[in-house]
Design a protein around this ligand. Sequence first.
Ligand code: ZN
Ligand code: ZN
Length: 371
Amino acid sequence: MTRTSRAVVLEEFGKPLQLRRYDVPTPQEMAALVRVEYAGVCGTDLHLQSGHLPIPVPVGLGHEAVGRVDTLGPGLTHDVLGNELAPGDWVSWLNNIACGRCRFCLVEQQPTLCTGSRRIYGINQSADQWPHLSGGWADYIYLQPGTVLVKLPEAATPQQVIALGCAGPTAVHGVLNEVRVRSGDTVVVQGSGPVGLAAAMYAQLSGAKKVIIVGGPATRLELAKRLGVGHVHIDVFQVADADERTEIVHGETDGAGADVVVECAGVPSAVAEAIDYARPDGAIAVIGQYTDHGPTPINPHLITRKNLNISGSWGFGARHYLGYIASLPQLVANFDIGQMVSEYALEEANSALADVKSGAVVKAVLRVGDE
Ligand SMILES: [Zn+2]
Ligand SMILES: [Zn+2]
């Protein structure tokens, strides 16, 4: 008897998501069928639903998920790190497969900048085309050959793995690969959403002596304090004046400015403020400007005058994703990240999306299986 799977599908931009049913495919060579247990809701999903990004519809959503191996296709016996795989194993996967042929894949080794046909689960794989189940908001997901598949470390629960979702590997890319926080650094993180909190966690794990979070609303900063994320918390709604915030940051850094500033706010003006926060010869990572909100005035003289090192960081690739998975035991030993999560049933995908939009929850997770 053919098994079927539910899948949450975006059929039309700006319209509520629909629950559809598809036949569960049998994996071809080197592919895998995974029973999804938890799937994250990300800010990107809001942009997808609103039609801000050029994607095919209908599309099965869900680009962050964890689950258990259901069936392995012929030839697929180990995960990307060489661990043996068997049905029932807890796994996760990089949500995209770069083309492997363009300049950025082959020469620059920057697959997040792939200019070829990058396939992204839950984003650009049409639900109308086989294998149909290419999103994580479903009972099953079909992982194509070439997917970076990884067995989960036992030290972290699947709920903890999904708690940060995309934010974890995004922060690994920005904080560990682009700016490299060093022991004893003073770090400012702008933004207190999942990316900001993850960035602050990695700064602390890297040995930063003081992490200052500039964010809001107050409920998010309270959560950060409960989790032990950040040493100083500046509420942008309470301290509404940017100059005043800069004064506080300079006061907290003995008048010198921060060694590293990580922008995760997504507000263009935050970049100008980051330039003010940084000390001479300091570093700034701009990782929050994921969607284009237009230009903003900055004073470029300060970049020269302070000899600043400013880097961008776009999404994440296999290296950052595996870095995130590898850091999980240390991450969960230091921060109770499960507290960030609010769970919803698969049928409640529309409410989960609405709650992410309103900011009512920090991290919405669809609990798909009954594990
Ligand atoms: Zn995402
Ligand atoms: Zn490419």
